[in-house]
Design a protein around this ligand. Structure first.
Ligand code: PXP
Length: 248
């Protein structure tokens, strides 16, 4: 029996990375969002970082105005980002850890250790009608705290699984996949919506997309890299096809 579909959120940060390497307006991440939408994406994800290294405030303004798909705004738990989120009221906010020196979001948010700091963000964003997602490691303690905080969604970090698969460590990849699967069941049983993402490629997406409780995947870097060779529409529609096949 086919599983319910999994949504694909396309992360467009790295279109802005290329644009910002030269300044100016090209390539335009909003144009990329439009093409991703035409190719079958179900949502757009953008991370407004504190240092604005890729997505800018102006990009968020335009994504909210010009794109019909739901926007998932990734953000650090800072007062500045909270103000921006409350001003725009995107469909969802995914709270992520952020370090200035990191190249990408390296690990999940430690919601257990950071409970007192993070909980007010979850509450204020939720009260504003925004779906709050917590980007966490696939760990039962983190999931329990996420539920207790009142988050609607957990996004499970798939980076460790993808790295193990990429270096050909089959046993470790299988172990980490089972961890993701177990965490998805635990989160779902606690009433949380389950998303996943980070580092996913055409080679690693299928077993993750087959996890029954999964509702959404967020994928960026690989799709933008692949778009250089095949164009963004084809890169996205191939990913949509792989995800659909994994559910059938
Ligand atoms: N989900 C979250 C919370 C992220 O921070 C990122 C990276 O910005 C992604 C998904 C997408 O990861 P990738 O770009 O490796 O596909």
């Amino acid at each position: 029996m086919a599983l319910p579909p999994v949504r694909l959120g396309v992360n467009i940060d790295h279109v802005a990375t290329i644009r910002n390497a030269r300044g100016g307006e090209h390539p335009d991440p909003v144009r990329a969002a439009r093409q991703a939408s035409e190719a079958g994406a179900d949502g757009i994800t953008a991370h407004l970082r504190e240092d604005r290294r890729h997505i800018t405030d102006g990009d968020i303004d335009r994504l909210m105005e010009e794109i019909d798909l739901p926007l998932n705004l990734e953000m650090a738990t800072t007062p500045e980002m909270l103000d921006i989120a409350l001003r725009h009221r995107p469909h969802a906010c995914c709270l992520v850890p952020e370090k200035r020196e990191e190249r990408t979001t390296e690990g999940g948010l430690d919601v257990a250790a950071g409970h007192n700091h993070i909980a007010p963000y979850v509450r204020q964003l939720s009260d504003a009608g925004i779906r709050v997602s917590l980007f966490i490691e696939p760990d039962p303690v983190q999931i329990a705290v996420a539920e207790a905080m009142g988050a609607a969604v957990v996004e499970l970090h798939t980076g460790a699984y993808c790295e193990a698969a990429l270096r050909g460590d089959v046993d470790e990849a299988q172990h980490l996949l089972e961890r993701l699967s177990l965490a998805s069941t635990i989160a779902h049983d606690r009433g949380l919506e389950v998303h996943a993402g980070h580092g996913l490629t055409y080679d690693t997406v299928t077993p993750v997309a087959a996890i029954p409780e999964l509702v959404e995947l967020n994928i960026g870097h690989f799709l933008m890299g692949e778009a250089i060779f095949r164009g963004l529409r084809e890169a996205v529609s191939t990913m949509c096809g792989l995800i659909a096949d994994a559910r059938s």
